[in-house]
Design a protein around this ligand. Structure first.
Ligand code: ADE
Length: 369
């Protein structure tokens, strides 16, 4: 990932990004942050880049031409038109989904304004994304750019060590992190919750999920609207790549996925009703029989019920047309809304992550219908 920051104060950016984890990532070559001083592209002998606003009013406005030239210089250097993000309070506030969306880019140009803003004509011409880092006004876009670089860098391969890895994080579930504790076991008379000392990882994960939900309810109830519990259903068809793919896809979407193998007799008899905040990810291996024709298969599908619940289907490329149609119809009839259909041939970590992100965006959208 290469960040190109257009700014009047390069030292503000450099001071921040060359420190700590981003500093290490730059030194090790996993990412780069080039600062471009917009003043270097001034059209005037004085090297000024601002002027009075038409129509009067307080403050100065950054001129269009220096910004345009600075962006063009980057385009010439990299040989294509990159995404250009303008940091401004007049935009949607940055969130984790947007961060991940930006992280797939090879180059990102971050444009930092100052004074009373930038001549709108150049913004119309070059900017692809408007991003705010919060509903307050800063003196310029530099701190916003640094925040964006920091958040995006966590998704750049190699930037975080395994231990620091962002892979399993509650934020991707639109939940806040659960509380953390370290030694000593008792501090100021308060003991660490006993479950964390139990060594039982299933219990610990369940406790953490519960704590995350409680914390989110208490501190950021607005996030819960777009939070999904993910149920990953497979059919245990050994030798079929679909199951493994569907499971790793679920892992990229959620930390708290529930995995059920419907090939197990016990589960086939269990009725399962999903709510609107539950997302079904269903893997369909080639060997699955048509639920319209096969009673056994029909029972399994009928036991899966939704309440306008979003569902994603992942078919084995060898699954027949009839089965595909029949399963779609069956799910729709049972109260699911299919938000995505994928083929199980899409392998590779990057590709799976991309699909995972797409599904999460669709799920967010699904709720805003
Ligand atoms: N520039 C000024 N205020 C800002 C904000 N809140 N977010 C991003 N850029 C800004």
């Amino acid at each position: 990932m290469r960040f190109h920051v257009l700014t009047l104060f390069p030292e503000m950016i450099e001071g921040i990004v060359n420190t700590s984890i981003t500093g290490r990532a730059i030194k090790n070559g996993y990412m780069s942050v080039d600062t471009v001083n917009i003043r270097d592209y001034s059209t005037k002998k004085t090297m000024r880049v601002d002027d009075y606003p038409y129509g009067g009013g307080a403050g100065m406005v950054m001129e269009a031409e220096p910004v345009f030239r600075a962006v063009s210089a980057i385009e010439d250097k990299i040989g294509r038109k990159p995404r250009v993000v303008y940091l401004t309070p007049q935009a949607e506030v940055l969130n984790q989904t947007k961060v991940e969306e930006l992280a797939v880019e090879e180059d990102l140009v971050l444009l930092c304004g100052h004074y009373e803003g930038i001549d709108d004509r150049v913004l119309q011409e070059v900017v692809t994304d408007y991003v705010s880092i919060g509903d307050y006004v800063l003196t310029g876009g530099e701190l916003g750019a640094a925040v964006l670089i920091d958040a995006v860098s966590r998704f750049v391969p190699g930037v975080l060590s395994n231990e620091e890895s962002s892979q399993f994080e509650s934020m991707q579930d639109n939940l806040l992190e659960y509380p953390q504790y370290t030694r000593p076991e008792e501090w100021h008379g308060v003991r660490v919750p006993p479950v964390l000392l139990s060594g039982d990882h299933t219990k610990i994960e369940a406790w953490r999920y519960e704590q995350s939900v409680l914390r989110t309810q208490e501190r950021r109830p607005d996030l819960l609207r777009n939070s999904y519990r993910v149920l990953c259903v497979t059919y245990g068809d050994e030798g079929d790549e679909t199951d493994a793919l569907v499971m790793s896809l679920t892992e990229t979407i959620t930390r708290y996925g529930e995995y059920q193998d419907y090939a197990r007799r016990k589960l086939q008899k269990t009725r399962r009703a999903l709510g609107a905040n539950e997302l079904l990810i269903l893997g369909v291996p080639a060997g699955i029989t048509d639920p319209e024709k096969d009673v056994d298969a029909a029972v399994r599908f009928r036991n899966l019920r939704g309440t306008a619940s979003p569902a994603v289907l992942v078919f084995s490329p060898r699954a027949g047309e009839e089965v595909r149609k029949s399963i779609r119809d069956c799910l729709t009839k049972n109260g699911f809304v299919i938000i995505g259909v994928y083929e199980a041939e899409e392998t590779g970590v990057e590709k799976i992550r991309e699909i995972g992100l797409e599904i999460r965006k669709k799920a967010l959208h699904f709720h805003d219908r």
